[in-house]
Design a protein around this ligand. Structure first.
Ligand code: ADP
Ligand code: MG
Length: 297
């Protein structure tokens, strides 16, 4: 059976006009799909257009060109009606890098968790919603005593756990996580990655997982897309990408991953990427499901 597409972004372009004379082509002809239950990793350096993609696929921002379909219906533009917007609000959740900024400092954890429910008018009632909040807190590793705390009383990792619990309150179909571990201490990053892995197995949501380095997406993603300067330069199943990287930029990213192996580390050389090279124009499928931007020079 064909795997069901949950998200389909086609030929997305986004341009920001700074003033009459200067503009930024933040996203240039990007097409992506996510199947039901799939995790797609999106990787690239700062400024390459990842967050813009996150805003476009969630309908927060309208693309200059191209389209985004969620469960077959447009997420923004004149064809996205009120019913569709409400559905998106419930079924698609965003988790940000900076959860401190994303959580209202004047709200207790309880209020924060019940807020999406309040907005969506949880059918099962307030008591059931509170039970669910407590259950989700436990699932992200926090006990009931956290309900009365304010974001300012929590560590960065705890705040991100609350943000994750909040994103799960309405049982989303798709989670867009925009660098959810980047602002955390290294030791906490591993814990939050383990939490994402666990939740993914338990809840079987689909996810766009954005990160700036490949090591973060390796264990959570089914496929990985590598972005550079607004374009997807390579897209492949995760292990295929790690075993057989084709684009010089992907190779350069892979060569700079820290590997905790003293022998390998000694022999390893970081391959610089030559930014004067043309990126390529069109994605070509070199192996089944493995796309690379060509022509390469
Ligand atoms: N609202 C905006 N106005 C102007 N420029 C923007 C805006 N959002 C993003 N950009 C620019 O678009 C490019 C891509 O940004 P972004 O999507 O945030 O990249 P990333 O998330 O990969 O760091 C950058 O050059 C950034 O400065
Ligand atoms: Mg970003």
């Amino acid at each position: 059976m064909e795997k069901e597409l949950i998200l389909e972004a086609t030929h997305l372009c986004q341009t920001f006009h700074m003033n009459e004379h200067s503009r930024v082509d933040a996203v240039r002809d990007v097409s992506l799909t996510i199947h039901r239950g799939e995790v797609l990793g999106l990787v690239g350096e700062s400024g390459c257009g990842k967050s813009t993609i996150a805003r476009l696929v969630t309908g927060i921002e309208q693309p200059a060109a191209g389209s985004v379909l969620f469960e077959g219906l447009p997420v923004s533009g004149p064809h996205a009606d009120a019913v569709q917007k409400k559905k998106l609000h419930q079924k698609v959740q965003l988790i940000f890098q900076d959860s401190a900024a994303a959580l209202n400092p004047r709200m207790t954890v309880q209020k924060i968790l019940l807020e999406p429910v309040h907005i969506q008018k949880f059918k099962a009632g307030k008591k059931a919603a509170l039970q669910k909040a407590i259950h989700l807190l436990a699932e992200v590793g926090l006990n009931e005593t956290y309900l009365s705390k304010y974001p300012g009383e929590l560590s960065g990792g705890q705040r991100q756990r609350v943000a994750i619990a909040r994103s799960l309150m309405l049982d989303p179909e798709l989670i867009v996580a925009d660098e959810p571990i980047s602002s955390l201490d290294i030791s906490i990053q591993a814990q939050i990655m383990m939490l994402f892995l666990h939740l993914r197995q338990e809840r079987k949501f689909s996810m766009l997982f954005i990160a700036h380095d490949l090591s973060a997406v390796r264990f959570i993603s089914d496929r990985v897309a590598v972005m550079l300067q607004g374009k997807v330069v390579e897209l492949a199943p995760t292990e295929e990408l790690f075993q057989n990287p084709l684009h010089p930029y992907t190779r350069s990213l892979l060569s700079s991953i820290h590997v905790p192996d003293p022998v390998f580390e000694r022999n390893k050389r970081s391959i610089p990427y030559d930014r004067t090279l043309p990126l390529g124009d069109t994605l070509h499928e070199k192996q089944p499901g493995h796309f690379v931007l060509e022509p390469l020079h």
